[in-house]
Write a protein that binds this ligand. Structure first.
Ligand SMILES: *[C@@H]1O[C@H](CO)[C@@H](O)[C@H](O)[C@H]1NC(C)=O
Ligand SMILES: *[C@@H]1O[C@H](CO)[C@@H](O)[C@H](O)[C@H]1NC(C)=O
Length: 396
């Protein structure tokens, strides 16, 4: 009996000896979790473009890494990668002929490649259209940069531009007048249309992680034989005629136009032209369409539209047809190649296909972004727009 009697002190000792290390281990684990969250937070990048740069906690030191991330037809657009960093520290836009150093207008006019960043949160109200020169990146990461209440961006006769993490809304028409368009050229400009971004006879353009809303004319126009453009990870809301690719039936030069629309969200308050296309080739891949009224994708004049892995949710009360062909007789449009492959069509949405179902066999252009299953679109487009909240030292 004696031998089996328990010594209460010994029992307590054994209990503590068993509990304390596991408690310590738990505290350490919680600690590690906190540290991990700061230093090594789980990366939120889901699509192939975001995966290219967002997991780097040192994105702020390695901003130019973004230049290697363009996919789709805008592939190879490197913007201001070869140039210095220019910090915009002045949100004013007063002098159209000799813009003040430190303003966005001064930066985009310099005849050298530039990687343009901002010194803080800023709202820039452009007095007249902002005329770009070649080889520029506008990189709003780290701040909230808003272009609103004034004119928009004009990309004309240029190449190699990246526009990243910028909010653009409430863009209005402006009267024009004497405006500098290059370091050594000032000219008279007519009225600007009131597009947020206008791409005119330009190529190698990549617009990524921007937020667009409510502008006087279009949100993005791509016209006059422009090509090699990617629009990705953007958020579009509150606008009637949003994206126009090819503005005129009298411009068959737009046949060279190639545009990729990938991982965007077309959301609240949109009506039509998401996009509308004339002549060119548009690859619409893994986008989320949750609102339109008249139609989502439309156009004419022999445009080619390849729609893959998108989610189209027809809103209640909207026209359920995704596509629109401007009252052209079927005998004409049946030859246009408009294909829907792996799209998720919900709430009555339907895509009227036409043209060659075997287009891929004869396709000779550059590689297309491979479509992911449409069921993953909500995740792929989870962080669209310019509200990235990037902080130095943590993945963005
Ligand atoms: C703003 O930037 C310009 C151009 O780089 C520079 O000349 C100027 O000194 C800067 N101003 C301030 C207050 O940092
Ligand atoms: C567009 O990109 C293709 C390569 O994909 C290239 O061959 C062509 O020259 C580019 N066009 C322009 C106008 O930059």
């Amino acid at each position: 009996m004696e031998g089996t009697r328990c010594n209460p002190v010994l029992v307590l000792f054994f209990i503590f000896a068993a509990i304390i290390p596991s408690l310590m281990a738990e505290i350490a684990a919680v600690d590690r979790k906190l540290v991990d969250k700061k230093k090594n937070a789980p990366c939120v990048a889901y699509n192939c473009i975001d995966k290219c740069w967002r997991c780097d906690p040192h994105w702020a030191k390695n901003r130019k890494r973004l230049a290697d991330c363009a996919k789709g037809f805008g592939h190879g657009t490197y913007g201001g990668k070869m140039g210095r960093i220019y910090v915009v520290n002045d949100s004013s836009d007063k002098d159209m002929i000799n813009p003040k150093p430190g303003t966005l207008r001064h930066a985009v006019l310099l005849a050298e490649p530039l990687w343009i960043i901002f010194s803080g949160n800023m709202n820039i109200r452009l007095s007249q259209e902002l005329i770009f020169t070649c080889d520029k990146t506008i990189d709003g990461r780290g701040w909230e940069v808003h272009i609103s209440g004034g004119a928009g961006f004009m990309l004309q006769f240029i190449r190699n531009i990246i526009i990243h993490a910028i909010h653009m809304y409430d863009i209005v028409e402006k009267s024009g007048g004497m405006i500098r368009s290059e370091t050594d050229h000032v000219g008279i400009r007519g009225k600007s249309d009131g597009d947020a971004i206008s791409v005119f006879k330009s190529s190698q353009i990549w617009i990524d992680h921007c937020s667009f809303a409510n502008s006087y004319d279009g949100l993005i126009d791509i016209v006059a034989a422009s090509t090699n453009v990617t629009i990705s990870n953007c958020h579009f809301v509150k606008h009637d005629k949003a994206l126009l690719f090819g503005a005129s039936a009298e411009m068959p030069e737009d046949k060279i136009m190639k545009v990729t629309i990938a991982y965007n969200h077309f959301g609240k308050g949109l009506t039509q032209r998401l996009p509308a296309v004339r002549y060119g080739f548009v690859h619409v891949v893994n986008n989320d369409y949750t609102q339109w009224q008249s139609y989502a994708i439309g156009g004419g004049d022999g445009a080619t539209i390849i729609s893959q892995g998108n989610r189209f949710i027809a809103p209640d009360g909207a026209c359920k047809e995704v596509t629109n062909r401007r009252q052209v007789p079927q005998s004409v449009w049946r030859k246009w190649t408009w294909r829907s492959e792996g799209d998720l069509l919900l709430n009555g949405a339907y895509f009227r296909e036409s043209g060659n179902p075997h287009w891929a066999k004869t396709y000779k252009g550059p590689a297309l972004i491979p479509a992911q299953p449409a069921s993953t679109v909500a995740q792929l487009t989870k962080s669209v727009g310019a509200y990235l909240g990037c902080k130095e030292g943590v993945p963005c």
